[in-house]
Design a protein around this ligand. Structure first.
Ligand SMILES: C=CC1=C(C)c2cc3[nH]c(cc4nc(cc5[nH]c(cc1n2)c(C)c5CCC(=O)O)C(CCC(=O)O)=C4C)c(C)c3C=C
Ligand SMILES: [Fe+2]
Ligand SMILES: [Fe+2]
Length: 382
């Protein structure tokens, strides 16, 4: 079937036509995430943008060092994207999730309809500038910055919000009223979607082995320098794990471990790969790996968990399955729509344009942009 004739594409086109015909500018729901290279060739630009980001990796002489590090790292990471099928699926799934969410939102919150999902990535296309251009062309006057990181960190959601703030004087951004959905790691719909994927993975083990299977929740680690300045990410990931375990009725033993450390500094542990080795040594050989801090597949699930760690674990005689990522889960897409609905209702009720928690900077934060950004969003982006 040609792409243009597929039911999902024709539904989206007819919604866009209806919006245009009604002459009403859409309420923009801007899906913020880091992004990933959609093709292997985009890997270098992705890494360069990533290492240029002082909110994620503050480097001395950043403008000079970042391109050097990116170039050196590119061949290894290109190979990893080639090994997972030729690129990151983040854009594919973010668009799918956003379009599904916007459709549900039109029904759940008709007061602000029509809704249109936009994607603004921090390090890969579409970058914030391109998204802002698209929003101006659509005549957007009201926008919700909706982080796609369930748990807040200054190095992830904070970085995306700082970038939106830096772009505020861009002519495409003028006249837009903003509000922010800055975290949602304990939302019941998110918890339910993760729990259902764990149950499906548990079903792969024979009934008599199921309750002994260890659930190993794995999240991208953070440098200890970030944790120690009071970043809320570790606390919020832990809260997500607690929520999932409560929903599962504490049916299994579990741990939260951390993956994907980069570079020589100290990072939050225990590392996922070490935890698997430790469990093998203790004779706990049935494990389910559960990605808990990302909403779609990416290099950390498809390469690190599925290819690297699972292979190592099998060599230690372990049986390891991975809970699938949220990707196209309808339960998750409904959760996104519910989160956005609650937010739009709260805004209409005058309850503020960000969460109360977003107002509080990390006690050790010395990044002036963080403070200015929070104040700007609190004023509705004015
Ligand atoms: C919640 C998720 C993530 C946090 C927190 C996070 C922090 C963080 N990351 C780096 C450095 C790198 N991350 C890289 C890739 C990458 N990171 C995440 C998520 C989080 N990062 C994802 C989903 C991805 C992959 C994207 C995809 O596959 O599409 C990379 C590039 C890959 C590599 O070179 O290894 C780097 C570098 C730091 C320093 C950091 C906290 C400060
Ligand atoms: Fe990362
Ligand atoms: Fe900060």
């Amino acid at each position: 079937m040609s792409l243009l004739r597929s039911p999902i594409v024709s539904r989206i086109l007819s919604r866009q036509y209806a919006t245009h015909a009604a002459g009403k500018s859409p309420t923009a729901i801007v899906m913020l995430n880091m992004g990933g290279p959609s093709t292997v060739e985009e890997t270098h630009d992705f890494l360069k943008n990533l290492f240029m980001d002082g909110d994620l990796i503050p480097l001395p002489f950043q403008r000079f060092l970042a391109p050097v590090i990116a170039r050196r790292r590119t061949p290894k990471i290109e190979q990893q994207y080639a090994d997972i099928g030729g690129g990151s699926p983040i854009l594919h799934y973010t668009r799918l999730q956003g379009e599904g969410m916007a459709q549900l939102l039109d029904e759940l919150h008709p007061e602000t309809a029509p809704h249109k999902a936009y994607v603004a990535f921090r390090y890969a296309r579409p970058l914030t500038e391109a998204t802002a251009r698209e929003m101006r062309e659509d005549g957007v006057k009201r926008a919700v910055a909706f982080t796609q990181y369930p748990q807040y960190s200054c190095s992830t959601t904070g970085s995306s919000l700082n970038e939106l703030y830096r772009q505020r004087n861009n002519s495409d951004m003028q006249g837009i009223e903003w509000s922010v959905i800055d975290r949602w790691g304990t939302h019941p719909g998110f918890i339910e979607a993760v729990a259902q994927n764990i149950e499906a993975a548990l079903a792969k083990f024979p009934v008599e082995k199921r309750s002994k299977t260890v659930l190993l929740f794995s999240a991208h680690s953070l440098p200890m320098s970030v944790v120690n300045r009071g970043d809320p990410y570790v606390l919020e990931v832990s809260a997500s794990v607690a929520g999932v375990m409560q929903r599962l009725g504490h049916s299994n033993p579990y741990r939260l471990v951390w993956q994907s450390q980069v570079g020589p500094s100290a990072w939050m542990g225990m590392q996922t790969s070490e935890a698997l080795k430790g469990l093998a040594r203790l004779g706990k050989k049935q494990v389910i790996l559960v990605p808990i801090a990302f909403t779609s597949d990416h290099i950390e699930t498809l390469y690190e968990l599925d290819l690297e760690y699972s292979k190592e674990a099998r060599e230690l005689g372990m049986q390891v399955h991975r809970a699938v990522s949220l990707n196209d889960s309808p339960v998750f897409i409904r959760a996104l729509a519910d989160i956005a609905t609650d937010h739009l209702r709260d805004c209409a009720a005058g309850k503020g344009s960000t969460s109360i928690q977003m107002d509080l900077r990390c006690p050790g934060c010395t990044n002036a942009t963080c403070g200015q950004q929070k104040a700007w969003f609190k004023r509705g982006g004015r």
